[in-house]
Every structure is written in structure tokens, then in C-alpha cells.
Design a protein around this ligand. Structure first.
Ligand SMILES: C[S@@+](CC[C@H](N)C(=O)[O-])C[C@H]1O[C@@H](n2cnc3c(N)ncnc32)[C@H](O)[C@@H]1O
Length: 199
């Protein structure tokens, strides 16, 4: 799989990955990680856990992927074709404020995405998805009905809902991603958090 470190792109195989992950019980995977700020923050605050950020767009990752954190890694790939090297590794998945094809795949029950989510996770893994109103309206959905649709899709593909809650601007300000900050101070600070557990 292709990993990115600042301006450098490298091929990483199974052996290199398993060496890097050895000793870590918890592995968090952040899909559509954007600029990687969330992964770096989590890695800094939780040195005993390992975090992998994945995004299809390398440009936004140049800065944060260059930071020297021994418990963080950034992978360039699409969420619909997750690298097989990650199979069975993640104890937690996060998808923060998806847009574009990632959001479309969640709404439309795309089997490539759904199968990938099951493949990269361990039994009993958890998953948090944060959705925002503006991204959903760009796909023709309202915030609440779009979130309900994604919940139905995931319930039908191996994920049991643990909670479904609304977030306002104050709550968005506490979420350590670039997009959460942008939304919190923007004109449409409505969001929903869906939490799941793998069946
Ligand atoms: C609104 S940004 C959110 C970024 C970050 N999670 C945050 O909260 O700051 C959505 C991200 O999803 C990524 N994305 C969209 N479709 C994707 C796909 N199919 N596979 C991987 N990443 C995707 C985009 O490149 C973008 O970085």
C-alpha cells in the first residue's frame, strides 16, 4: 500500500506494517482523514494507541503526514478499495464529515465500501461517523433523513447502532478535526454523530 510522509510517497508491505504496529492493542482508522489533524492529535494524546489516516487526496496530507509521530501513519487510497494490508487490524473506525464519493457510498450502500469496512475491522470493533448538513444537502438529502439512511445502510451491512445524536456549534468546537472547526464557525453548524458496533 502507498503511504505518505510529507513530500515522500513509499510502498509499505505487510511485514513493515506489522513491525510498526507490534505492541499496539488499539488501532484506530480514520477514513477521509483530510489534512490528518485528527490522527496527529489522537496519536499525540494516546501514545499507547496507533492511528492510521486514509484519504484519496494526497495534497492536503503533505504537512501533517511529515510530522514525526511513531504511532501514526497516513495511507493514500480510496475508501472503496482499502488496502488488504489493513485487513483485520482496526479496533475503531472514524469517518469525520465525509463528502464526495465517500458520502455517496455510505448513502447508496456501495458494497465496495461496506465490504471494506468489515474487512479492515476486528470482531466487536466500534465506528463513529460525523455527518454535516451542508455535505448531505449537496447530495440531495436533508441532515436527519440522510443520517437515517446511512444508519439503515450500515445496520443492514453488519453494524449495530449504539447512539444517534445531534451536535451543535458548541459541541462541534470540541471535536479535533479541521472540518469540525470550520463548521462550528460557519453558517450551517448542524451535525449528527452516529456510533456503531460491529455485529
Ligand atoms: C470534508 S473533508 C473532512 C476531512 C477530515 N475528516 C476533517 O474532519 O477535517 C472530506 C474528506 O473526505 C475525503 N474523501 C472523499 N471521498 C473519499 C474516498 N472515496 N476515499 C477516501 N477519501 C475520500 C476527501 O478527500 C476529504 O479529505
Amino acid at each position: 500500500m502507498e503511504i505518505i510522509r510529507g513530500r515522500q510517497s513509499l510502498e509499505f508491505d505487510d511485514t513493515e506494517l506489522h513491525e510498526m504496529l507490534s505492541g499496539y492493542q488499539h488501532i484506530g482508522l480514520d477514513l477521509g482523514t483530510g489534512d490528518g489533524r485528527f490522527v496527529c492529535g489522537m496519536a499525540e494524546q494516546n501514545r499507547d494507541k496507533f492511528f492510521v489516516g486514509i484519504d484519496s487526496c494526497r495534497e492536503n496530507l503533505r504537512l501533517n503526514s511529515g510530522r514525526k509521530l511513531s504511532n501514526a501513519l497516513f495511507v493514500i487510497d480510496s475508501a472503496q478499495s482499502l488496502p488488504k494490508e489493513l485487513n483485520g487490524l482496526a479496533s475503531h473506525l472514524s469517518i469525520n464529515f465525509p463528502w464526495g464519493s465517500l458520502l455517496e457510498s455510505l448513502l447508496n450502500s456501495d458494497a465496495c465500501l461496506a465490504d471494506g469496512l468489515l474487512s479492515v475491522t476486528r470482531p466487536c470493533a466500534s465506528m463513529d461517523i460525523l455527518l454535516n448538513g451542508e455535505a448531505l444537502s449537496a447530495t440531495g438529502w436533508k441532515l436527519e433523513s440522510g443520517a437515517d439512511q446511512i444508519e439503515r445502510v450500515l445496520n443492514a451491512s453488519g453494524w449495530m447502532t449504539k447512539s444517534h445524536s445531534r451536535l451543535n456549534a458548541n459541541l462541534l468546537r470540541t471535536i479535533p478535526t479541521t472540518w469540525a472547526k470550520r463548521l462550528a464557525f460557519g453558517r450551517d453548524p448542524r451535525a449528527i454523530r452516529l456510533s456503531f458496533q460491529k455485529n
